[in-house]
Write a protein that binds this ligand. Structure first.
Ligand code: NDP
Length: 278
Protein backbone atom coordinates (compact mmCIF):
# COMPACT_ATOMS: atom_id res chain seq x y z
CA UNK A 1 0.00 0.00 0.00
CA UNK A 2 2.81 2.42 -0.81
CA UNK A 3 1.96 5.93 -1.78
CA UNK A 4 1.63 6.86 -5.42
CA UNK A 5 5.15 8.30 -5.25
CA UNK A 6 6.59 4.91 -4.21
CA UNK A 7 5.35 3.06 -7.25
CA UNK A 8 8.04 1.34 -9.39
CA UNK A 9 8.93 2.66 -12.80
CA UNK A 10 9.71 6.18 -11.62
CA UNK A 11 13.45 6.11 -12.10
CA UNK A 12 15.75 8.88 -10.99
CA UNK A 13 18.30 9.34 -13.77
CA UNK A 14 17.98 9.52 -17.54
CA UNK A 15 19.97 6.31 -17.88
CA UNK A 16 17.89 4.34 -15.40
CA UNK A 17 14.67 5.73 -16.89
CA UNK A 18 15.64 4.36 -20.32
CA UNK A 19 16.74 1.04 -18.81
CA UNK A 20 13.61 0.55 -16.75
CA UNK A 21 11.06 1.82 -19.23
CA UNK A 22 12.12 0.41 -22.59
CA UNK A 23 14.31 -2.60 -21.86
CA UNK A 24 12.74 -5.92 -22.90
CA UNK A 25 15.53 -8.21 -21.73
CA UNK A 26 14.06 -11.49 -20.49
CA UNK A 27 10.71 -10.84 -22.18
CA UNK A 28 9.27 -13.45 -24.54
CA UNK A 29 7.30 -12.33 -27.57
CA UNK A 30 4.92 -14.27 -29.79
CA UNK A 31 4.26 -12.34 -33.01
CA UNK A 32 2.15 -13.08 -36.10
CA UNK A 33 2.57 -11.56 -39.54
CA UNK A 34 6.27 -10.88 -39.12
CA UNK A 35 7.69 -12.53 -42.24
CA UNK A 36 7.61 -9.11 -43.92
CA UNK A 37 6.25 -5.58 -43.72
CA UNK A 38 5.26 -3.94 -40.44
CA UNK A 39 5.43 -7.17 -38.42
CA UNK A 40 9.00 -7.82 -39.53
CA UNK A 41 10.09 -4.35 -38.40
CA UNK A 42 8.29 -4.87 -35.07
CA UNK A 43 9.93 -8.27 -34.47
CA UNK A 44 13.39 -6.82 -35.11
CA UNK A 45 12.72 -3.80 -32.88
CA UNK A 46 11.48 -5.96 -30.01
CA UNK A 47 14.55 -8.19 -30.31
CA UNK A 48 16.82 -5.16 -30.38
CA UNK A 49 15.19 -4.05 -27.13
CA UNK A 50 16.27 -7.41 -25.67
CA UNK A 51 13.28 -9.73 -26.16
CA UNK A 52 13.27 -13.34 -27.38
CA UNK A 53 10.94 -13.61 -30.35
CA UNK A 54 8.89 -16.54 -31.64
CA UNK A 55 7.47 -15.94 -35.12
CA UNK A 56 4.16 -17.43 -36.20
CA UNK A 57 4.68 -18.40 -39.84
CA UNK A 58 2.58 -20.03 -42.53
CA UNK A 59 3.29 -23.81 -42.78
CA UNK A 60 5.69 -24.85 -45.48
CA UNK A 61 8.45 -22.29 -45.05
CA UNK A 62 11.96 -23.70 -45.27
CA UNK A 63 13.32 -22.52 -41.87
CA UNK A 64 16.58 -21.32 -43.43
CA UNK A 65 14.56 -19.07 -45.75
CA UNK A 66 12.57 -17.20 -43.12
CA UNK A 67 14.27 -13.85 -43.64
CA UNK A 68 13.02 -12.38 -40.36
CA UNK A 69 14.35 -15.36 -38.38
CA UNK A 70 17.73 -15.03 -40.05
CA UNK A 71 17.79 -11.30 -39.30
CA UNK A 72 16.81 -11.91 -35.67
CA UNK A 73 19.53 -14.50 -35.21
CA UNK A 74 22.08 -12.19 -36.84
CA UNK A 75 21.34 -9.51 -34.21
CA UNK A 76 22.84 -11.46 -31.36
CA UNK A 77 25.75 -13.81 -31.63
CA UNK A 78 26.15 -14.49 -27.88
CA UNK A 79 24.94 -17.98 -26.86
CA UNK A 80 23.51 -16.41 -23.70
CA UNK A 81 21.55 -13.80 -25.68
CA UNK A 82 17.87 -13.98 -26.57
CA UNK A 83 16.85 -17.11 -28.49
CA UNK A 84 14.52 -16.71 -31.46
CA UNK A 85 12.26 -19.38 -32.92
CA UNK A 86 9.18 -19.98 -35.06
CA UNK A 87 5.97 -21.95 -34.96
CA UNK A 88 3.79 -22.84 -37.94
CA UNK A 89 0.20 -21.71 -38.31
CA UNK A 90 -2.03 -20.78 -41.21
CA UNK A 91 -3.84 -17.79 -39.74
CA UNK A 92 -6.95 -18.61 -41.81
CA UNK A 93 -7.20 -22.14 -40.38
CA UNK A 94 -9.21 -22.34 -37.16
CA UNK A 95 -7.83 -25.73 -36.16
CA UNK A 96 -4.26 -24.48 -36.34
CA UNK A 97 -5.16 -21.20 -34.63
CA UNK A 98 -6.64 -23.04 -31.64
CA UNK A 99 -3.34 -24.77 -30.85
CA UNK A 100 -0.68 -22.26 -31.90
CA UNK A 101 -0.12 -20.63 -28.50
CA UNK A 102 0.23 -24.02 -26.79
CA UNK A 103 2.67 -25.12 -29.49
CA UNK A 104 4.68 -21.89 -29.09
CA UNK A 105 4.91 -21.97 -25.28
CA UNK A 106 7.74 -24.55 -25.03
CA UNK A 107 9.75 -22.43 -27.49
CA UNK A 108 9.30 -19.44 -25.16
CA UNK A 109 10.39 -21.11 -21.92
CA UNK A 110 6.66 -21.63 -21.21
CA UNK A 111 6.35 -17.90 -20.73
CA UNK A 112 4.61 -15.43 -23.07
CA UNK A 113 5.03 -11.86 -21.87
CA UNK A 114 4.03 -10.11 -25.09
CA UNK A 115 1.66 -11.15 -27.89
CA UNK A 116 1.68 -9.11 -31.10
CA UNK A 117 -1.22 -9.84 -33.46
CA UNK A 118 0.03 -8.32 -36.71
CA UNK A 119 -0.98 -10.79 -39.46
CA UNK A 120 -3.57 -9.38 -41.80
CA UNK A 121 -4.96 -9.70 -45.30
CA UNK A 122 -7.06 -7.44 -47.44
CA UNK A 123 -9.47 -8.51 -50.19
CA UNK A 124 -11.06 -5.86 -52.36
CA UNK A 125 -14.37 -6.03 -54.23
CA UNK A 126 -17.58 -4.00 -54.34
CA UNK A 127 -19.91 -5.18 -51.57
CA UNK A 128 -22.45 -6.64 -54.02
CA UNK A 129 -19.73 -8.88 -55.50
CA UNK A 130 -17.92 -9.70 -52.26
CA UNK A 131 -17.78 -13.49 -51.85
CA UNK A 132 -18.50 -15.36 -48.63
CA UNK A 133 -15.19 -17.17 -48.98
CA UNK A 134 -13.32 -13.85 -49.01
CA UNK A 135 -15.45 -12.63 -46.10
CA UNK A 136 -14.59 -15.73 -44.04
CA UNK A 137 -10.86 -15.59 -44.85
CA UNK A 138 -10.59 -11.91 -43.93
CA UNK A 139 -12.67 -12.19 -40.76
CA UNK A 140 -10.80 -15.30 -39.59
CA UNK A 141 -7.29 -13.99 -40.33
CA UNK A 142 -7.83 -10.42 -39.17
CA UNK A 143 -10.31 -10.83 -36.30
CA UNK A 144 -11.05 -14.35 -35.08
CA UNK A 145 -7.33 -15.15 -34.99
CA UNK A 146 -6.81 -12.14 -32.71
CA UNK A 147 -9.49 -13.47 -30.36
CA UNK A 148 -8.19 -17.04 -30.34
CA UNK A 149 -4.54 -16.09 -29.76
CA UNK A 150 -5.43 -13.43 -27.18
CA UNK A 151 -7.69 -15.86 -25.31
CA UNK A 152 -4.97 -18.51 -25.19
CA UNK A 153 -2.26 -15.98 -24.21
CA UNK A 154 -4.59 -14.34 -21.67
CA UNK A 155 -5.17 -17.68 -19.94
CA UNK A 156 -1.44 -17.76 -19.39
CA UNK A 157 -0.90 -14.06 -18.58
CA UNK A 158 -3.84 -13.36 -16.25
CA UNK A 159 -2.89 -15.80 -13.43
CA UNK A 160 0.71 -14.54 -13.60
CA UNK A 161 -0.56 -10.94 -13.34
CA UNK A 162 1.48 -9.58 -16.22
CA UNK A 163 1.25 -9.35 -19.97
CA UNK A 164 1.02 -7.14 -23.01
CA UNK A 165 -1.16 -7.75 -26.06
CA UNK A 166 -0.67 -5.52 -29.09
CA UNK A 167 -3.19 -5.81 -31.91
CA UNK A 168 -3.13 -4.21 -35.33
CA UNK A 169 -6.09 -2.12 -36.37
CA UNK A 170 -6.20 0.32 -39.25
CA UNK A 171 -7.71 3.60 -40.35
CA UNK A 172 -10.74 1.34 -40.90
CA UNK A 173 -11.25 1.51 -37.14
CA UNK A 174 -12.55 5.01 -37.80
CA UNK A 175 -13.68 4.94 -41.44
CA UNK A 176 -15.57 2.39 -43.51
CA UNK A 177 -13.31 2.42 -46.55
CA UNK A 178 -14.56 1.56 -50.04
CA UNK A 179 -14.62 -2.00 -51.46
CA UNK A 180 -13.15 -3.45 -48.27
CA UNK A 181 -16.30 -4.45 -46.35
CA UNK A 182 -14.79 -7.48 -44.60
CA UNK A 183 -11.50 -5.71 -43.80
CA UNK A 184 -13.36 -2.71 -42.32
CA UNK A 185 -15.64 -5.00 -40.29
CA UNK A 186 -12.69 -7.04 -39.04
CA UNK A 187 -10.57 -4.03 -38.06
CA UNK A 188 -13.56 -2.38 -36.36
CA UNK A 189 -13.95 -5.64 -34.45
CA UNK A 190 -10.27 -5.68 -33.50
CA UNK A 191 -10.68 -2.21 -31.99
CA UNK A 192 -13.68 -3.21 -29.88
CA UNK A 193 -12.05 -6.53 -28.92
CA UNK A 194 -9.00 -4.58 -27.76
CA UNK A 195 -11.20 -2.51 -25.45
CA UNK A 196 -13.24 -5.50 -24.27
CA UNK A 197 -10.15 -7.52 -23.30
CA UNK A 198 -8.55 -4.48 -21.75
CA UNK A 199 -11.63 -3.92 -19.57
CA UNK A 200 -11.43 -7.48 -18.25
CA UNK A 201 -7.69 -7.81 -17.87
CA UNK A 202 -6.50 -4.37 -16.71
CA UNK A 203 -7.13 -5.44 -13.10
CA UNK A 204 -4.80 -8.40 -13.71
CA UNK A 205 -1.99 -6.14 -14.96
CA UNK A 206 -2.42 -7.28 -18.57
CA UNK A 207 -2.53 -4.34 -20.97
CA UNK A 208 -4.27 -4.73 -24.33
CA UNK A 209 -3.76 -2.02 -26.95
CA UNK A 210 -3.92 -1.65 -30.71
CA UNK A 211 -1.78 0.18 -33.25
CA UNK A 212 -3.71 1.66 -36.17
CA UNK A 213 -1.40 2.30 -39.13
CA UNK A 214 -2.16 4.82 -41.85
CA UNK A 215 -0.76 4.42 -45.37
CA UNK A 216 2.36 2.28 -45.06
CA UNK A 217 4.59 1.19 -47.95
CA UNK A 218 4.26 -2.61 -47.74
CA UNK A 219 3.12 -5.41 -50.03
CA UNK A 220 -0.45 -4.91 -48.81
CA UNK A 221 -0.51 -1.57 -50.65
CA UNK A 222 1.32 -2.72 -53.78
CA UNK A 223 -1.78 -1.91 -55.86
CA UNK A 224 -1.48 1.75 -54.77
CA UNK A 225 2.32 1.97 -54.71
CA UNK A 226 2.53 0.80 -58.32
CA UNK A 227 0.15 3.52 -59.51
CA UNK A 228 2.18 6.78 -59.68
CA UNK A 229 -0.90 9.02 -59.73
CA UNK A 230 -2.52 7.46 -56.65
CA UNK A 231 0.85 7.23 -54.93
CA UNK A 232 1.36 10.99 -55.30
CA UNK A 233 -2.25 11.90 -54.43
CA UNK A 234 -1.99 9.99 -51.15
CA UNK A 235 1.45 11.40 -50.28
CA UNK A 236 0.14 14.92 -50.80
CA UNK A 237 -2.81 14.33 -48.48
CA UNK A 238 -0.66 12.96 -45.62
CA UNK A 239 0.35 15.90 -43.38
CA UNK A 240 3.77 14.32 -42.83
CA UNK A 241 4.21 14.47 -46.62
CA UNK A 242 5.22 10.84 -47.06
CA UNK A 243 3.98 7.29 -46.78
CA UNK A 244 4.80 5.43 -43.58
CA UNK A 245 7.59 2.86 -43.46
CA UNK A 246 7.62 -0.40 -41.48
CA UNK A 247 10.41 1.06 -39.31
CA UNK A 248 8.00 3.79 -38.17
CA UNK A 249 6.44 1.09 -35.96
CA UNK A 250 9.58 0.27 -33.97
CA UNK A 251 8.98 3.01 -31.39
CA UNK A 252 5.22 2.48 -31.00
CA UNK A 253 5.55 -1.29 -30.58
CA UNK A 254 8.38 -1.00 -28.02
CA UNK A 255 6.32 1.57 -26.13
CA UNK A 256 3.27 -0.69 -25.97
CA UNK A 257 5.35 -3.82 -25.20
CA UNK A 258 7.34 -2.25 -22.38
CA UNK A 259 6.87 -0.85 -18.89
CA UNK A 260 6.66 2.62 -20.43
CA UNK A 261 2.99 1.87 -21.17
CA UNK A 262 2.16 0.25 -17.80
CA UNK A 263 -0.90 2.53 -17.37
CA UNK A 264 -1.98 2.53 -21.03
CA UNK A 265 -4.65 -0.01 -21.93
CA UNK A 266 -7.64 -0.23 -24.25
CA UNK A 267 -5.98 2.40 -26.42
CA UNK A 268 -5.95 2.62 -30.22
CA UNK A 269 -2.66 4.29 -31.14
CA UNK A 270 -2.93 5.87 -34.58
CA UNK A 271 0.39 5.94 -36.48
CA UNK A 272 -0.49 7.69 -39.72
CA UNK A 273 1.65 10.81 -40.26
CA UNK A 274 -1.35 12.92 -39.30
CA UNK A 275 -3.87 11.55 -41.84
CA UNK A 276 -6.74 11.18 -39.36
CA UNK A 277 -6.42 14.71 -38.04
CA UNK A 278 -6.61 16.34 -41.44
P1 NDP B 1 1.90 -7.42 -45.34
O1 NDP B 1 0.92 -7.78 -46.40
O2 NDP B 1 3.19 -6.78 -45.72
O3 NDP B 1 2.25 -8.73 -44.46
C1 NDP B 1 1.22 -9.53 -43.99
C2 NDP B 1 1.78 -10.51 -43.00
O4 NDP B 1 0.70 -11.35 -42.53
C3 NDP B 1 2.82 -11.43 -43.62
O5 NDP B 1 3.79 -11.76 -42.65
C4 NDP B 1 1.98 -12.67 -43.97
O6 NDP B 1 2.71 -13.88 -44.05
C5 NDP B 1 1.04 -12.70 -42.77
N1 NDP B 1 -0.14 -13.52 -43.10
C6 NDP B 1 -1.19 -13.16 -43.88
N2 NDP B 1 -2.03 -14.20 -44.00
C7 NDP B 1 -1.50 -15.23 -43.29
C8 NDP B 1 -1.88 -16.57 -43.05
N3 NDP B 1 -3.02 -17.09 -43.56
N4 NDP B 1 -1.10 -17.35 -42.27
C9 NDP B 1 0.07 -16.86 -41.76
N5 NDP B 1 0.49 -15.60 -41.94
C10 NDP B 1 -0.29 -14.79 -42.71
O7 NDP B 1 1.08 -6.52 -44.30
P2 NDP B 1 1.49 -5.18 -43.54
O8 NDP B 1 2.81 -5.35 -42.92
O9 NDP B 1 1.23 -4.04 -44.42
O10 NDP B 1 0.36 -5.13 -42.40
C11 NDP B 1 0.57 -5.59 -41.07
C12 NDP B 1 -0.70 -5.30 -40.27
O11 NDP B 1 -0.98 -3.90 -40.31
C13 NDP B 1 -1.94 -5.99 -40.85
O12 NDP B 1 -2.77 -6.40 -39.79
C14 NDP B 1 -2.60 -4.89 -41.65
O13 NDP B 1 -3.99 -5.10 -41.78
C15 NDP B 1 -2.29 -3.69 -40.80
N6 NDP B 1 -2.34 -2.44 -41.54
C16 NDP B 1 -1.48 -2.19 -42.59
C17 NDP B 1 -1.57 -0.99 -43.28
C18 NDP B 1 -0.67 -0.64 -44.40
O14 NDP B 1 -0.83 0.44 -44.96
N7 NDP B 1 0.27 -1.47 -44.80
C19 NDP B 1 -2.58 0.02 -42.93
C20 NDP B 1 -3.42 -0.36 -41.84
C21 NDP B 1 -3.30 -1.54 -41.18
P3 NDP B 1 3.30 -14.39 -45.50
O15 NDP B 1 4.53 -13.56 -45.77
O16 NDP B 1 3.60 -15.83 -45.28
O17 NDP B 1 2.22 -14.15 -46.51
Amino acid sequence: NGSVRDRPGVANSPHSIMASLFNLTGQHVLITGATRGIGQACALALAQAGASVCLVVRPGYNPSQIATLNALRALDTQPSGPQHSFVECDMADLKQLRTVVDRALPLLDNNIHILVNCAGIQRRAPAVDFSEDDWDDVITTNLKAVFLLSRAAGKHMVPLRRGKIINFGSLMNFQGGVTVPAYAAAKGGVGQLTKALSNEWAQHNVQVNAICPGYIATDMNEWLLSDPVRLRQISERIPAGRWGKPEDFAGPVIFLASQSSAYVTGELLVVDGGWMGR
